[in-house]
Design a protein around this ligand. Sequence first.
Ligand code: IPM
Ligand code: MN
Length: 378
Amino acid sequence: MTSYDVAVIKGDGIGPEIIDEGVKVINAVSELNGFDVNWVEFPHGADHYLENNVLMPEEDLREIGKNQAIYLGALGDPRCEPGVLEKGILLKTRFYFDQYVNLRPVKLLEGVECPLKNKGPKDIDFVVVRENTEDFYVGIGNRVSPGKTRQELEVLRSLYNIKFGLDIECDKSEVAYQIGVLSREGSERVIRYAFELARKQGHERLCAVDKANVLSHVYNFWRQIVEEVSTDYSDVTHEYNFVDAITMWFVKNPEWYQTVVTPNMFGDIITDLGAMIQGGLGLAPGGNINPEGVSMFEPIHGSAPKYKGQNRANPLATIWAGALLVEELGEEESAEKIISAIGSVLAEGNVRSKDLGGSASTSQMGAAVVAKIKELHG
Ligand code: IPM
Ligand code: MN
């Protein structure tokens, strides 16, 4: 029997509860489809950090990298400074494994209420391919006090290392700056991934997001690379949307979109909007993918610390992320089974978590998906 090793990082807040349901669902589907998952748990998150002062060191990443995929709950805890866990664990892991694609399907399922008037499941069904290692997420910048200073900034990636040595002379006010970086290869690979995905899904149109009218150095470069890559895909037309405009169009004409490719920061923003139009953060999954390496799957939402331990959070985003995980492992049929079970549970509407207007608990939602998988395929 095929067996996969999968690292599990349950993380903070509601992370453990929702991941437990995701694991149950994958176990159920793996039994039906004749494969086995060996779950290897890792303790990273707020508790581990506060007890041991350890975020995510290289040696732990090497251990995690012995597995074929990573299943992540959520990170973030009010006891820690904002950003410490997010940058020290989540972003560190994305960058270490060079998970350059952040894949975020935006799909309104039958039976889910949509906040947009007169829009239904046939109108909201697209996929956002977010670049996941560059742009303003490279994390370099600083504050500068008046006077003369020299600052050395560095970006270390498996694709490249860049050093910026800056001589800064500032006369009066204290300033802060943040540098965004796009590389040709880093952009090309994710744009190519998006075109390939569009082709595979039978999409005729790809929309590339930027703000080339203002942040012209980075995003004219991005556009140029979209143009270059597009010449290999005569079957997929492409167009450009400024990021501000696309937020308007997502609300006004979501049916226009099929495949969207976006730089990192804009992708972060527009996928929260995407999550809302597909029925809320409780339903939005994401995959951090390195097609040649170790990928990590997680819900888009955060750790919701105030609901921790209450068995009330909606686990469906995490369960859906689990479907993306088994798909990446090559178990496509299992992925379809999970997604269709989520769809049937929602369409029937008997078991709904609080965010969806019902009263079902986290574990009841998970159990409903497991039962549906068995009912449909058992
Ligand atoms: C996301 C999150 C992360 C991001 C944070 C927690 C670092 O918002 O996955 O969308 O900005 O990428
Ligand atoms: Mn986000």
